[in-house]
Every structure is written in C-alpha cells, then in structure tokens.
Design a protein around this ligand. Structure first.
Ligand SMILES: Cc1cc2nc3c(=O)[nH]c(=O)nc-3n(C[C@H](O)[C@H](O)[C@H](O)COP(=O)(O)O)c2cc1C
Length: 320
C-alpha cells in the first residue's frame, strides 16, 4: 500500500480506484448534498482554545464508554455493502443473539431510516449490488433485493420492501429492550425532543448522527446538533456522534462539545478500499495520532482534561 499520512490521502486514492457507482454509493448523500458537505464544513466553524504549560509528558487517550474501557474514543460506524470496497468486507455481522453470544457489549439501533433517502448519484447510476454479492444478514430473496431494479427512482436502494420498516415507533424500543440485556444505543437522533424520549425509554446511549448526510438534505450537521442533545440529556445517557470526522482535531472538538466517543463512516471505507483490513487499521492509527497531538499540544494530558470551554464557535472571536 502507498505511504498515506492522512485520511484525505486514502480518500483521494479510493476515488481513483473504485468503480464509479461504488464510489458514488459510498461518497454520496441525499438531495443537493448540503447536509453531507456541512458535516465537514461545520467542523471548521469550531475553534480550539488551547491551554499552555500543563505537563503533557504522559498522555492517556483511554475512556470509559458504557462501562468498558476503550483505548481511544474513536470507533467505526455501521456502513452496509462493504464488500464492494474490498473482498474482506465486514468481518462480523451483528444480529441480536449472535451479538450477545459473540461477546458484544452494546447494541446500536439506527432510528433515522424508516425509508432509504433519495440519493441523487445512486438514482442516476441505477445503483444495484453487484450480482456476486448478497446482504449477509438476510435470507432468501431479501438477500438479493438490492440487486434488482428500483421501482420508483431507478436506485435499487429505494426498492428494499420490508427490509426497512417505516412503522417503527417508541414501543418497538421497549420491545427491543425487553429481549436483550445489552445496553441499547439509538443512532440517528438530532433533536432535544427525541433525546428526551430516548432517555425516558431507558436507552444507555444516543449516537448523534445524520447518517452521513444520506437521508434527508437539510438536516443539520452532526457537530451542530450535538450540543442540543448534550444539553437535553447529557447528564442521563452517554452521547456519541458521527458525521464528517476526518482528522484528530475533529475528535477533540466533538469530545469538548460533550461526545463521549466518536465514530467514522466513510474514512473506514476509504481505508478498506485502499488496503483491506490493514488500510482500516491505518486510518484508525492516523486519527489516533492526530488526536493525541491535538490533545497534548492544546494542553490536555488525558481525555478527562478536554473541557467544554476549550472549544468555541468561531463567532466567539467576532464578539470580542
Ligand atoms: C456507504 C455507507 C453505508 C451506510 N450504511 C449504513 C447502515 O447500513 N446503517 C446505518 O445505521 N448507517 C449507515 N451509514 C451511515 C454511517 O453509519 C455513519 O452514520 C456515517 O457514514 C457517518 O458519516 P461519515 O461517513 O462522514 O463518517 C452508511 C454510510 C455510508 C457512507
């Protein structure tokens, strides 16, 4: 694999080597892709207020997340159809009992997808899953649904029938909680109202996410919505976020704004496309190093030292 030093290097190379419709499926977002773009550009609107002369010779990047120690608070968000990027694809599938038996420590339920969003690039490409691939967690005809034709839009993603259930409600969260002892995290909450409903239904965590800008254009950037959710229920449940993280400074900003841990979607896919498992490891290692440097040089020897006051919106400086 080439010598890549940042996520952008992987992304640029993945753009060169992936087939057009695969690249568009991974890269693309809903509608005019304004939400997708703002996931990135909104990070630039937040600035780190560094502190000096605080011994950072010993550094601790670990955190406790849902009762488990993680060596660095950066994880990988779920993204489907990874075998189009590399034959290794997803190493593990997560259905509830299999997840419990396999020793997983939490369940994440995506709640922002009663239907699949209208993704312009996939519609134009008439996206379908290559014929040699299947949806591994589904049986029979369902596993090949995405190989067919999209009825209305042209993208097979918009023809997934009962693979998506638009009738889900908060009662289903109660049911899910009743059949598993694992802590439940709801992924895709962007408002204080839903954050309160989630906390009241006894979930352990909320992953603030706009699904990588893939569902509805016009939703806020995840980093913009983070504070609303943290202010509403941050003292009751653990808050996580994903969307637009491509650099260790993004991780620092999200943690300062109240996220306990962050997750990456596309960067992991770029790593997978460029170098399989090794490529994904490199992406995580690069983000870890960048995060460590951002922490230490801004005066934080450990994750616990990243305080809310260390990150401000850029408008802070024009008010001074
Ligand atoms: C190709 C692709 C497929 C995805 N599939 C899913 C999915 O099946 N379930 C889900 O909850 N989120 C899915 N997501 C959203 C990611 O989990 C995550 O929220 C998003 O990618 C984070 O934004 P980022 O790509 O800017 O890091 C997918 C994202 C991409 C790019």
């Amino acid at each position: 694999m080439k010598h890549f030093v940042c996520v952008k290097d992987f992304e640029d190379y993945a753009y060169q080597i992936l087939p057009r419709d695969t690249l568009d499926y991974y890269r693309g977002g809903a509608g005019r892709e304004e939400t997708l773009k703002s996931n990135r550009t909104s990070f630039s609107k937040y600035k780190i207020r560094p502190r000096c002369l605080r011994d950072v010779s010993r550094r601790d990047l670990s955190s406790i997340v849902l009762g488990q120690t993680v060596s660095v608070p950066i994880g990988i968000s779920p993204s489907s159809m990874q075998r189009m990027a590399h034959p290794e694809g997803e190493c593990a599938n997560k259905l509830i009992k299999r997840a419990e038996n396999a020793g997983f420590k939490a369940l994440v339920l995506t709640v922002d997808s009663p239907m699949v969003g209208l993704r312009v690039a996939d519609i134009k490409n008439g996206f379908k899953l290559p014929s040699h691939l299947r949806l591994a967690n589904f049986q029979g005809d369902h596993s090949t649904t995405v190989s067919g034709k999209g009825t209305n839009t042209g993208s097979a993603l918009n023809n997934l029938g009962d693979l998506y259930d638009p009738s889900l409600t908060w009662d289903d969260i109660k049911w899910l909680k009743s059949i598993t002892h694992l802590p439940l995290v709801l992924k895709g909450i962007l408002t204080a109202e839903d954050a309160l409903l989630a906390a009241n239904s006894g979930v352990a965590g909320i992953l603030v996410s706009n699904h990588g800008g893939r569902q509805v254009d016009g939703w806020p950037a995840s980093i913009e919505a983070l504070s609303e959710v943290v202010n509403a229920v941050g003292d009751r449940v653990e808050i996580f976020m994903d969307g637009g993280i491509t650099d260790g400074t993004d991780v620092f900003k999200a943690l300062a704004l109240g996220a306990k841990m962050v997750f990456i979607g596309r960067p992991a896919l770029w790593g997978l496309a460029c170098g399989g498992e090794e490529g994904v490891k490199q992406i995580l290692s690069i983000l870890r190093t960048e995060f460590e440097y951002a922490m230490a040089i801004s005066g934080c020897p450990s994750v616990r030292n990243i305080e809310r006051s260390m990150v401000v919106h850029e408008s802070h400086y024009s008010k001074l």
